[in-house]
Write a protein that binds this ligand. Structure first.
Ligand code: PDD
Length: 288
């Protein structure tokens, strides 16, 4: 079965999906994106992802092409047409196509592309083994709270991580971890607190991070938002990465130094169980 892609208002076979070479997303990375997980054919935490998409668009002055309910309908239609059980829905909205010029006309029609990617999120091998990560300087721009398609710094960070045999790069600024190349960082301190960097323009407001914080608090853990240094992370009881396409993944080494006993810890497993259980329950209840 050929993958079906949504482009500019139509569901088309992948081989027929086209955007202009003059698209400002292609020429300037003048656009934003969003990624929602799919579990058992249902979108996970999707309202929060759509709210962040709306905010990203507003921050760069592109009017949101659809109200949330319409986005959801299109995403669900795409999931259905692709028979997707587990994986993700990618949405990209760019400012549109025009003659190459830094300046833009206010009335450009945004380009909307959506596709699905199948992925065995629940069976990820790295969740069992734990992830090795390496630190890299955070080379990104000053508005990391916007989910921009300008991802060259992360592409290079992940290239370096892969070259070092690691699963993810931890981006570091002034001695503190900002976040992973495509994930949020959380640690469990030796006295049992969940700690993660506060939101600001320095990091993406991770949707899975927020769920992990809420679930940890419901489990009775103290949750603290403050910057985490590389040294504190290495000395932590547990280190976790969270993202829509991996949920929660334990980190077992940083720059070759083991975290705790070098094995996945109990909170990583517990948060994963709770997150999946909650997603399944929400799917049974259906959209509100
Ligand atoms: N990335 N930080 C960065 C820089 C990210 O790119 C991501 C997610 C996250 C986690 O956010 P969330 O929990 O909302 O997925 C944090 C997605 C998955 C991606 O680029 O594919």
């Amino acid at each position: 079965m050929q993958r079906v892609i949504f482009v500019d208002g139509a569901f088309v076979p992948a081989a027929e999906a086209r955007v202009s070479v003059m698209d400002r997303g292609f020429l300037f990375a003048d656009g934003v994106y969003e990624v929602s997980a799919v579990l058992g054919g249902s979108l996970v935490d999707n309202d929060a992802h759509l709210a962040r998409l709306h905010r990203s668009l507003a921050e760069i002055g592109i009017s949101d092409p659809h109200p949330a309910a319409e986005w959801r309908r299109l995403q669900e239609e795409l999931v259905r047409r692709n028979g997707l059980d587990q994986g993700s829905v990618y949405i990209q909205v760019t400012r549109g196509a025009a003659e190459r010029d830094f300046g833009f006309a206010e009335d450009l029609a945004p380009t909307v592309v959506m596709f699905t990617q199948a992925k065995d999120i629940l069976g990820l091998a790295v969740r069992r083994t734990g992830a090795a990560v390496v630190t890299v300087p955070d080379l990104r721009w000053a508005r990391r709270d916007i989910k921009s398609t300008g991802l060259l710094a992360q592409v290079l960070a992940k290239r370096d991580a892969r070259a070092a045999g690691a699963h993810e790069a931890l981006m570091v600024e002034d001695g503190f971890v900002t976040e992973g190349g495509s994930s949020s960082l959380l640690i469990v301190t030796r006295d049992g607190r969940l700690v993660t960097r506060p939101l600001s323009r320095a990091v993406l407001p991770g949707i899975t991070r927020l769920a992990a914080m809420r679930l940890a608090a419901e489990e009775g853990l103290a949750v603290e938002e403050r910057p985490v240094s590389v040294e504190e992370a290495i000395g932590a009881a547990e280190v976790l990465l969270s993202s829509a396409t991996t949920f929660v993944v334990p980190v077992v080494s940083i720059d070759g130094r083991p975290v705790s006993d070098g094995a996945p810890g109990p909170l990583a497993r517990r948060l994963m169980e709770l997150y999946v259980a909650e997603a399944r329950l929400a799917a049974e209840r259906g959209p509100r």
